[in-house]
Design a binder for this molecule. Structure first.
Ligand code: ARG
Length: 619
């Protein structure tokens, strides 16, 4: 089935009766919308409201009232006058079951509908496979998959800036989260048809580079630098800081002076200083690239604070002065944003040097000039809320259209505590990944018999480790803090990334283990009406909600919406195995069930890929 690719999608609703078009619905993307329209048409006629309004009032998700409910309406929301319970009874009495909806019940003002299971399954599963088949070129994400909606962002461009670590400094939890959430955000925008530019804005400028250069002359080694620039530069940085501290106690400041001179030369464009600094930067980027690749992450642009042209900043500062956004105080330039409850912020220090926010302003202007983006997203920890808000406000006050109406967006997130391993606090991205893979390997070894069957345990442990870290990070709402817990996140039980991978592996194995079942070329021939069990319907139902889940994630920038969905699906599948055997049953039944599992596998894989995970087929 995965090889079938058709340019024009067949109508997943097949031979079901035509329905009116309703604004806000999209049955071509989400078959469940057709079933909602079928409900809305009849309900609207009885209560005398627009089909569209009724449509928007339909809830999905099961209401637990002892009955199995697919769709529901709380009648009170329409403010009809009179008792909602009576209105609901009236609707239920008038409702005529059809090929979309098979039952309606009414209780205390709540209308509850069951879809026609067989037609629903045919429509939903058909839709999943009517999309051009996944190209499965991992890493990367197939934006043509079920759940996508490329019309939304068609022709629009977004820059997603994420990760943005600092050279010669530790890669801390804030960077880790930015990397994970940012990579997801970029995928999500692609799913919605945007042209996405993935950008890494390195912290690669400032006085510390003078210090680093001095330190390198004293403590550096060419060999260590080429082997692992990130680690070596950090070590050098620590050592030179120690030198400086010691000197301070002795009443001298030789190192500091030397460092200042280097940075001054660097800022003035001295070739030798620049060459050394460039090497630090290039080698660090090279090293980072390897680690990002391990995480299935790539960038279109490695920019950085150093790349912002002085001209962009001086121009920006003049504009700020002309427009009266900044005032001078003791030689420094300050933007007073107290009116906007954003305090005051320095944009140029009294010695004339620029700072973090000045570089951000300059960088944003350059990015707009170069990319003409429709939107730019900064994925940065909540600790920098004030900085981002100030910086956005300044740009807005400068009058840039591209900085208005939410076109600049800060996606923030809470803190991670306890990011450490047995060897101590982790300092680099690679350490985090190593520690996760190692812990994973230990978990895998616990089951000797199973372990022996794994083809490539190192690789398996690595992918599972990454999955564990990512799912732990994206499992809860972004703003929440969490504790980094390697043991917990790599467990096979509980809501972990490993559990999701396991669910996928198991789904992938069903087809492998049933080579005798051949899926028909024309998938609509599969007898989905044989999927009569509640467990089967539960899975179909969840699958039908995926497009909505993706839309919610897009509206809220919440990866947790996708993660929660993936867990629900994995749970529904794990409780269905016994009741839905594929082997040793009538071939038509086995085929229908296999079709269901293949569909579940494909949707789970789509969700995992959107989350930047690489779905495993074996483990
Ligand atoms: N390098 C910064 C840090 O580590 C994060 C950069 C965030 N992006 C930005 N455009 N300010 O804190």
């Amino acid at each position: 089935m995965s090889s079938s690719s058709s340019s024009s999608s067949p109508n997943p609703l097949g031979s079901l009766p035509q329905l009116p078009t309703v604004e806000g619905s999209n049955p071509q993307r989400a078959a469940v919308d057709a079933f909602k329209i079928a409900v809305a048409v009849q309900v609207a006629a009885v209560i005398g409201k627009d089909v569209k309004d009724v449509y928007l009032g339909i809830d999905t998700g099961k209401v637990n009232l002892g009955t199995k409910i697919d769709l529901s309406i709380a009648v009170a929301r329409f403010r009809l006058g009179g008792k909602p319970a009576e209105w609901a009874d009236k609707v239920a009495a008038a409702f005529v079951a059809n090929e979309y909806i098979s039952t309606v019940t009414s209780a205390n003002g709540l209308l509850m509908f069951q879809v026609n299971h067989a037609n629903f399954a045919k429509a939903v599963l058909g839709q999943i496979h009517s999309y051009p088949s996944p190209t499965s070129d991992i890493p990367g994400y197939d934006s043509n998959a079920y759940g996508c909606n490329p019309v939304v962002g068609k022709g629009k461009k977004v820059i997603v800036e994420f990760s943005s670590p600092n050279i010669a400094k530790p890669f801390h939890a804030g960077h880790l989260r930015s990397t994970i959430i940012g990579a997801f955000t970029a995928n999500l925008y692609e799913t919605f048809g945007w042209e996405v530019i993935r950008m890494n804005y390195l912290g690669d400028w400032g006085k510390q580079f003078g210090l680093l250069a001095v330190g390198f002359k004293r403590h550096g080694s060419e060999e260590a630098l080429t082997a692992d620039a990130i680690k070596h530069l950090f070590d050098v940085y620590v050592k030179v800081n120690q030198d400086m501290e010691a000197e301070k106690l002795a009443g001298s400041q030789e190192t500091e002076d030397e460092a200042r001179l280097f940075f001054k030369n660097l800022e003035e464009g001295d070739a030798t200083s620049h060459a050394l600094w460039s090497r630090f930067r290039d080698l660090s980027i090279e090293r980072y690239k390897e680690t990002y690749a391990r995480l299935n992450i790539h960038y279109d642009v490695y920019s950085g604070e150093s790349q912002v042209a002085t001209k962009s900043m001086t121009e920006a500062i003049s504009t700020l002065q002309e427009m009266g956004v900044v005032g001078e105080k003791d030689g420094a330039l300050i933007a007073d944003l107290t009116k906007y409850k954003l305090e005051k912020t320095v944009v140029r220090k009294k010695d004339g040097t620029t700072i973090y926010i000045t570089r951000d302003i300059g960088a944003a202007k350059e990015r707009y000039a170069k990319y003409k983006f429709d939107k730019m997203i900064y994925v940065v920890a909540s600790q920098q809320n004030l900085h981002l808000a100030q910086f956005f406000k300044v740009l807005e006050l400068m009058g840039y259209e591209w900085a208005k109406d939410g076109r600049l967006e800060h996606i923030n997130f809470g803190m991670v505590t306890g990011m450490s391993t047995r060897r101590g606090t982790v300092k680099f991205l690679n350490d985090i990944l190593e520690a996760a893979a190692e812990t994973m390997m230990e978990q895998m070894r616990r089951n000797e018999a199973k372990f022996a069957l794994i083809e490539n345990p190192e690789r398996c442990a690595d992918v599972l480790g990454m999955s564990a870290v990512k799912i732990q990070d994206m499992g809860a709402k972004r703003h929440l803090d969490y504790t980094f817990d390697l043991k917990k996140m790599t467990a096979f039980e509980g809501d972990t990334g490993v559990y999701l991978q396991y669910a996928h592996v198991r789904l992938a194995s069903v087809q492998r283990k049933n080579p005798n079942i051949v899926m028909p070329e024309d998938i609509s021939l599969v007898k989905t009406e044989l999927l009569v069990e509640d467990k089967a319907h539960d899975i179909v139902y969840l699958l039908s909600l995926y497009p909505d889940v993706v839309s919610t994630a897009y509206k809220t920038n919440e990866p947790s919406a996708i993660v929660t969905f993936a867990f629900k699906l994995a749970h529904a599948i794990s409780s269905a195995w016994d009741g839905l055997r594929v082997q040793n049953v009538e071939v038509e039944l086995g085929t229908a069930r296999l079709y269901l599992f293949i569909s579940a596998r494909d949707v789970l894989a789509t969700a995992l890929k959107l989350l930047t995970l690489e779905p495993l087929d074996r483990m």
